[in-house]
Design a protein around this ligand. Structure first.
Ligand SMILES: Nc1ncnc2c1ncn2[C@@H]1O[C@H](COP(=O)(O)OP(=O)(O)OP(=O)(O)O)[C@@H](O)[C@H]1O
Ligand SMILES: [Mg+2]
Length: 306
């Protein structure tokens, strides 16, 4: 297993307050790592420290196995932190060409290649100044710039901020394709759980500067368990029947009148019949799935940090 990014007790303090504290992240090659946290959780601060754009208070960052990354290591990384800035009166191609020369990239064809890669059709943007781009187009152009020097690792801070649902979907598809087809490892932050859930192969949840948990895809599948939800007149009696008569052990009481049954859910009619036969009123019976959102809310309970 090769790690492209690891942090060891990474900490950022302003005066005496830690905004990122003892963060240990592990991003493997080939992953789309979703860095999830509410506003003010410490995502941008962490990504800036990883990229060497901000002084670390204590702790370490390891990039491509190097604890003291050199320029040649940083060259393997493409990034967008917060909103990408451009020369507004220049076209996309002109903006990328400035970056190409700055990065000393010889191949001029790379500009159109990357524009295509991010779904910016060169005919539709030809001659168009960046100030007349939509937000979605600017985000794509930012991605094109990050990709121009053929990085092995992309670090993207909320690349879908401000995009509409279609824009989010298409950015997601682009990122998945970059990872799948070109083998680019992606570290992407977001405060939107729904987005990360559909994109990432591993998720790190940060709250108030602390890493709450790192979850793999398998962990997520386990948490996304299907269940049968029952609303009943007598929870206690219903549970006793579920346990003793139906031999179901995996269930959970929710609030005053509901039960989530995780086991034998394809025997729902037997469950219903047993309850009704025993004078339990069944107000509702539905299939549902636990989602990461419930989990995210649970682990980050409380007010956001802003
Ligand atoms: N210069 C500073 N001095 C003091 N506190 C700061 C400074 N810069 C940032 N912070 C605090 O650090 C915390 C983390 O900020 P950061 O921008 O990393 O959060 P974030 O997770 O990226 O949030 P968002 O989702 O809003 O982008 C916030 O509480 C913020 O107020
Ligand atoms: Mg941020």
């Amino acid at each position: 297993m090769k790690y492209l990014v690891r942090t060891f007790n990474l900490t950022k303090k302003y005066k005496n307050t830690s905004v990122v504290e003892n963060l240990n992240l592990n991003i493997e090659q080939g992953q789309i790592y979703g860095f999830l946290g509410k506003n003010g959780a410490g995502k941008t601060t962490t990504l800036r420290m990883i990229l060497g754009l901000m002084k670390i208070s204590t702790g370490e960052v390891e990039l491509f196995g190097e604890k003291n990354p050199t320029r040649s290591i940083y060259k393997k990384i493409g990034s967008i932190i917060e909103y990408p800035g451009f020369y507004p009166n220049l076209t996309a191609e002109e903006n990328l060409d400035i970056h190409r020369r700055m990065m000393k990239i010889e191949n001029q064809k790379r500009i159109n290649e990357t524009l295509t890669m991010v779904g910016l059709d060169s005919n539709s943007i030809k001659g168009k100044k960046v100030k007349n781009f939509s937000l979605g187009m600017k985000q794509r152009l930012g991605l094109a710039r990050a990709l121009l020097h053929e990085p092995e690792l992309l670090i993207l801070d909320e690349p879908t901020n401000g995009l509409d649902p279609l824009g989010i979907k298409s950015m997601r598809e682009t990122l998945i394709a970059l990872c799948k087809d070109r083998g680019i490892t992606i570290l992407v932050s977001s405060h939107l759980l729904s987005e990360i859930e559909q994109l990432a192969t591993k998720i790190g949840i940060i709250d108030k500067g602390h890493l709450i948990e790192e979850l793999t895809y398998d962990d997520l599948q386990k948490r996304n368990k299907k269940y049968l939800k029952l609303k009943v007149s007598d929870v206690k009696e219903a549970c006793s029947l579920i346990k003793n008569n139906l031999n179901i052990k995996d269930y959970e009481i929710i609030g005053k009148d509901a039960i989530k049954v995780y086991e034998k859910i394809n025997e729902s009619s037997t469950i219903a019949k047993t309850l009704i036969k025993n004078d339990i009123e069944l107000y509702e019976m539905s299939f549902s799935k636990d989602n990461l959102e419930d989990y995210f809310v649970k682990v980050t309970e409380g007010d956001s940090n802003v």
